[in-house]
Design a protein around this ligand. Structure first.
Ligand code: ADP
Length: 397
């Protein structure tokens, strides 16, 4: 069949010469004998894809091979619908492969122009329009729009994170300044009253009063120092500069050092020294100052939330691991707070009257994690809490 004298015939219509009409446009047309599978592809149809006339075998399988496999399911769906007389015409936008391997976007429109009485399609006719430029432009617009939406969403997310961070910072600063001012005020008062005592009368009784005042001062200074240490530790964690120095040492030295240091505070708060079980000594390889910090945190919490009841420390040798527990008979912790309190700035619901910053347990958990250990909490409201850590005796770096 030659393009120049191509005629479209249909049962119901007279012979129509359409070459002129189609050549006037840039569209390529196809004429498909559905029964035999033969297809006439016009010169523009093949030319659009970079083929010379006659280079494409005139069969529907040629077209099937050229349609992009990702687009084929939809093309077949639309086509089948039309062949089954469920639509008036067939129209899809899909990609078709060119001779040079690139893809062109094609608007493919057609209709069955001959059917048997029972509706069986005999012949269909249609045209290809190259819509690559339009499609690429649409895709570009879509991509830009998606980018815009994405960056808008990112900005909104950043904004809300920033607002939350500012809120947290303001809250933290206000609690921190209050926390630092409270012990400072009592230090001023103690120092002033000691000065007055020395000025007025200096005898044995006064000296023991001054000694007691100095002990109180020392405790308050410890409190401030701990707060400052905690705040520094948080900034180190946040900056990714949480550095560990693992060394071998005798575990009992560390436990006894911490207990001795905390005992004056324990006596002040509970009237008793910290109770401890008889434990076997062991050689451990930990970051000594960091585990000191963990124990100090757990003991100072037990004293602060312990309702002035004596507290106890137990140490168990589990073979390759050591378990250390700090027990108090204080306010206890609600079930719903048990995970939350290990997060930064998080505090239990029942601690409104006891001021705190929610730093200690966060730092504690980070240190335990760095020792490849675990921290556990058993607690009952009104009955008390047990914080336990299990650490490998020798932490491999
Ligand atoms: P802070 O005590 O400064 O608030 P922590 O991180 O040390 O910060 O503790 C977080 C929270 O865990 C506390 O606010 C408190 O609600 C709860 N908590 C910690 N230890 C105890 C304890 N021994 N008994 C009861 N609650 C505790």
């Amino acid at each position: 069949m030659k393009n120049q004298n191509y005629h479209l015939r249909s049962n119901s219509q007279p012979k129509i010469l359409i070459t002129e009409i189609l050549q006037a446009s840039n569209d390529g047309f196809w004429d498909w004998n559905i029964q035999t599978g033969e297809v006439y592809f016009s010169q523009q149809w093949s030319g659009m894809l970079g083929y010379l006339p006659g280079e494409i075998p005139p069969h529907v399988s040629s077209w099937e091979k050229l349609v992009h496999p990702d687009d084929m399911p939809n093309v077949m769906k639309v086509l089948t619908k039309h062949l089954n007389m469920e639509s008036d015409y067939y129209e899809t936008e899909h990609r078709v492969k060119c001779k040079d391997g690139t893809w062109k976007w094609i608007l493919d429109r057609g209709r069955v122009i001959e059917r048997l009485k029972d509706g069986t399609p005999i012949r269909a006719f249609g045209a290809h329009t190259d819509i690559t430029e339009k499609k690429l432009l649409e895709q570009e617009i879509k991509r830009n729009l998606e980018k815009e939406i994405k960056s808008k969403k990112e900005i909104e997310k950043l904004n809300s994170e920033l607002t939350k961070a500012l809120e947290l910072r303001n809250n933290f600063l206000s609690v921190a300044s209050h926390e630092l001012k409270t012990p400072l005020t009592s230090i001023f008062l103690i120092v002033q009253s000691s000065k007055r005592n020395i000025e007025i009368h200096s005898n044995e009784e006064t000296l023991s009063k001054i000694l007691r005042s100095l002990e109180l001062t020392e405790n308050q200074l410890h409190r401030i120092a701990k707060l400052i240490d905690d705040m520094l530790e948080i900034s180190r964690i946040e900056a990714g500069k949480f550095i560990f120095n693992f060394e071998e040492f005798e575990m009992c030295n560390l436990i006894n050092e911490v207990i001795d240091r905390m005992n004056p505070l324990a006596v002040l708060e509970t009237g008793k020294v910290i109770e401890k079980n008889n434990f076997k000594n062991a050689k451990v390889k930990w970051d000594k100052s960091k585990i000191d910090q963990v124990l100090t945190n757990l003991i100072s919490n037990a004293l602060r939330y312990g309702l002035k009841n004596p507290i106890k420390i137990t140490v168990e040798d589990l073979g390759h691991q050591i378990k250390i527990s700090v027990l108090d008979k204080g306010i206890g912790i609600h079930e719903s707070d048990k995970d939350k309190i290990f997060e930064l700035f998080e505090r239990g619901e029942n601690t409104k009257e006891i001021r705190g910053l929610g730093l200690g347990l966060f730092i504690t958990r980070q240190i335990v994690d760095h020792h490849k250990g675990q921290i556990f909490l058993e607690s009952e409201i009104g009955k008390g809490s047990i914080f336990s850590i299990i650490l490998p005796k020798i932490v491999s770096e």
